[in-house]
Write a protein that binds this ligand. Structure first.
Ligand SMILES: *Cc1c(COP(=O)(O)O)cnc(C)c1O
Length: 462
């Protein structure tokens, strides 16, 4: 399998070559040169780890240990059950696909746990080490740290905005005591943290010398890992491979739902991908009207992991939409840079929703609270604010006779304040997290100063 850039002007690469990298040299994102097809009958009864191994092997053909890595990653011990992503049926035809029973209680564990094991394998084979530098407002950084803790050849430097994460998220990150994990609380906002990462990466000599890498949402291996649970959810919600299923997906950077698009392109019988945004509705606007208009700044909402001003993985979908023509993608992004928007509504490429197989809707704070309440009273099931956005929009587009699978992307315990606002009580807490906030915490408080950060990385890398 070869990977090509969405902007059409970079050499084709193999999987293990793009694994540790961010953008392609032409500024685009790597995608497979074509989508491999699968045999549903063969996949239907496989365990999660075997399913992962079968699907990933279509994308990864140059890592001989892939099967062992998949077995090591997708264990009941790590994800709480042998199903890894169990399907919970709320009523006939309406399901939650539980993606958030990994170590940090958010769906990002599913991809990042795999990434940690892939990184360790490739680095040790090449006798290399790397420093992962990232910025987080919550879920991603936490999932990255739990995936990379104790891994040979990997150090993590994670920036977070001082005093702005939920107490639970802060405790999750800062209570890690592994020597290769460095938590840096920045006196500033999440944007300041991202700026620092950009500044360090802009110093090419420093970046090369200290092998600075990332685990951001544009990493292809993350997308590939997420394709697997669409298959798992489909098989759990149907009896035969002739049925179609719709998926409702709470969306931020378009990583999760793009994996659904890939699954469908590989032959999974998906009827609709139902895209749910929060008040930051850049993507809802695009799928409803064809206009992609980025915002200057994301709004802070009560589903914070979906607070985006532009969607970093969207470029991959755009590439498919315009007929896999890198020059066209480049031209659209040039317009986006110049005008802050582009409009495909009158273009031949923009086929009117729902012909594209996508529908989209937006959920607000009050929708979120009402949905948490409704699901709790009707089904005695507590859902988190992000999942609630997905359920809310999913129910709007539910069709009789078509099973609806809503992706559960985090557990409610991570967002206690919103749960209390919705239900007037505290969220349920899994036993291993009781007392989490009382564990000793470890983090360094720093000024938003790139030179200081570079010296810090230097000192810890010797
Ligand atoms: C990251 C995240 C999302 C959004 O996923 P994308 O891949 O960015 O679309 C939704 N819910 C939760 C809980 C998340 O952590």
């Amino acid at each position: 399998m070869q990977y090509v850039s969405t902007r059409g002007n970079a050499p084709a690469r193999r999987f293990s070559e793009i694994l540790l990298e961010g953008l392609a040299p032409d500024g685009g994102l790597y995608v497979p040169e074509s989508f491999p097809k699968v045999d549903l009958a063969f996949l239907r009864n496989l365990s999660y780890a075997d399913l992962a191994s079968a699907i990933l092997s279509k994308f990864v053909d140059d890592i001989p240990d892939l099967e062992n890595i998949a077995q090591k990653t997708y264990q009941a011990r790590v994800f709480g059950s042998a199903d890894i992503t169990p399907l919970k049926t709320l009523e006939p035809g309406l399901h939650l696909l539980a993606l958030s029973n990994g170590p940090t209680l958010a769906f990002k564990d599913i991809a990042l746990q795999l990434l940690g094991n892939l990184f360790e394998f490739v680095l040790s084979k090449n006798k290399q080490a790397m420093n992962i530098l990232g910025a987080t407002s919550g879920d991603t950084g936490t999932a990255a740290e739990y995936a990379m803790r104790g891994k040979k050849g990997i150090r993590v430097f994670m920036l977070s905005p001082h005093g702005r994460m939920s107490p639970f998220q802060r405790a999750q990150m800062y209570s890690l005591q592994d020597a290769n994990i460095h938590n840096l609380a920045v006196k500033g906002t999440f944007d300041d943290c991202q700026d620092l990462v950009k500044k360090v990466n802009a110093d090419a000599a420093f970046k090369a010398k200290y092998r600075i890498g990332a685990v951001n949402s544009i990493n292809w291996a993350r997308v590939a890992a997420q394709v697997v649970y669409y298959f798992k959810g489909y098989f759990a919600a149907t009896r035969t491979n002739s049925e179609k299923v719709s998926f409702a997906v709470p969306t931020g950077n378009f990583g999760n739902i793009y994996a659904g698009h890939v699954a469908r392109s590989m032959g999974l019988p998906v009827r609709r991908l139902i895209l749910a945004t929060n008040e930051n509705n850049v993507l809802e606007e695009f799928f409803a009207a064809g206009k992609y208009r980025v915002r200057k700044k994301a709004r802070e909402t009560s589903s914070p992991s979906m607070d985006i001003s532009k969607a970093s993985n969207f470029e991959r979908y755009l590439f498919d939409l315009v007929g896999r023509d890198g020059a066209r993608v480049k031209e659209l992004l040039r317009r986006l840079d110049a005008d802050g928007e582009f409009d495909l509504a009158s273009s031949a490429f923009y086929r009117k929703v729902p012909d594209t197989g996508f529908v989209a809707g937006k959920s607000s704070h009050s929708d979120r609270l009402a949905t948490i309440k409704q699901v709790f009273s009707r089904y005695e099931t507590m859902i988190d604010p992000h999942t609630a956005d997905g359920v809310r929009v999913g129910l709007q587009y539910r069709e009789p006779g078509v099973p609806l699978v809503c992706l559960e992307t985090a557990l409610p315990v991570k967002f206690a304040q919103t749960i209390r606002a919705a239900l007037g009580r505290d969220p349920e807490r899994p036993a291993e997290f009781v007392g989490l906030e009382k564990r000793p915490q470890r983090c360094e408080l720093i000024e938003p100063d790139a030179d200081f950060l570079k010296r810090y990385i230097e000192k810890k890398s010797t």
